[in-house]
Design a protein around this ligand. Structure first.
Ligand SMILES: [Fe+2]
Length: 190
C-alpha cells in the first residue's frame, strides 16, 4: 500500500534551504519558493495547529523559522505568519534589498503596486503612482522583488492568515515607506 506523505512546514523549510543554496538569482529563488508555498497552503489545518490559534482573534505576528545560514542577499531568511485584523493595511513600502513572498492561508488580501513617475513620464513633478491591483484569495502566493513597492489590505471581512517568507529578515534591513498623499518618502522604523 502506498501512502502519500503530507507536506509539512519543516519539509518546506528544507526545500527553501535547497533553493537558496542552488541559485543566487532573486527571481529564480522567488519563483521556486512561491511554488513550494502553494504546496504548503494546500495542506489544511497546519497553521492553526502550529500557532495554537483561537477560533477568533489571535492577531499579530508569529515566527515560524529564522535561518542562520541562508538567505538573499545575506543570511537570515525568515518564515512567519501574520494574523490580520479586518481592513488591516499599511503605507506603501519596499523591502530593501530583500524579496518577499506573501501566501494567503485564509481570507483574502488586496495587493496594490506603485512606482515613481518623473517629469518626462507625463507628470510635472515626481509622483508615487499606483500601477495595478490584484486580490490574493486563499491558496494564492505573490512575490515582490527587491525595489518593488506595494501595499496590502485585508479585504476578508474578517481575519486573514498570511504566511510570509522574507529572503532576509526585514527587521534587519534599511527600507523605505512612501506616502502617496504628499509624495513623501522616509526610512521605515525597524
Ligand atoms: Fe511588504
Amino acid at each position: 500500500m502506498t501512502q502519500t506523505a503530507t507536506y509539512t512546514v519543516e519539509a518546506f523549510v528544507d526545500d527553501v534551504k535547497e533553493i537558496f543554496a542552488s541559485s543566487k538569482d532573486p527571481l529564480v529563488q522567488a519563483q521556486a519558493v512561491s511554488e513550494k508555498m502553494k504546496e504548503l497552503l494546500a495542506v489544511p489545518g497546519w497553521l492553526e495547529e502550529k500557532l495554537n490559534l483561537p477560533e477568533e482573534g489571535g492577531f499579530g505576528r508569529y515566527d515560524l523559522h529564522i535561518d542562520e545560514e541562508l538567505g538573499q542577499p545575506g543570511a537570515g531568511f525568515y518564515l512567519m505568519a501574520t494574523v490580520q485584523k479586518p481592513d488591516q493595511t499599511q503605507l506603501p513600502h519596499d523591502h530593501g534589498v530583500a524579496w518577499v513572498a506573501y501566501a494567503v492561508y485564509d481570507g483574502s488580501i488586496k495587493q496594490t503596486k506603485f512606482r515613481w513617475a518623473f517629469p518626462g513620464e507625463g507628470v510635472d513633478s515626481p509622483q508615487i503612482r499606483e500601477t495595478g491591483t490584484f486580490t490574493q484569495k486563499k491558496g494564492s502566493v505573490a512575490y515582490f522583488l527587491p525595489g518593488e513597492i506595494h501595499q496590502t489590505l485585508n479585504v476578508s471581512g474578517g481575519r486573514a492568515l498570511v504566511v510570509r517568507l522574507e529572503s532576509q529578515k526585514l527587521d534587519t534591513l534599511t527600507r523605505y515607506q512612501y506616502d502617496p498623499k504628499d509624495n513623501s518618502v522616509k526610512v521605515m522604523d525597524r
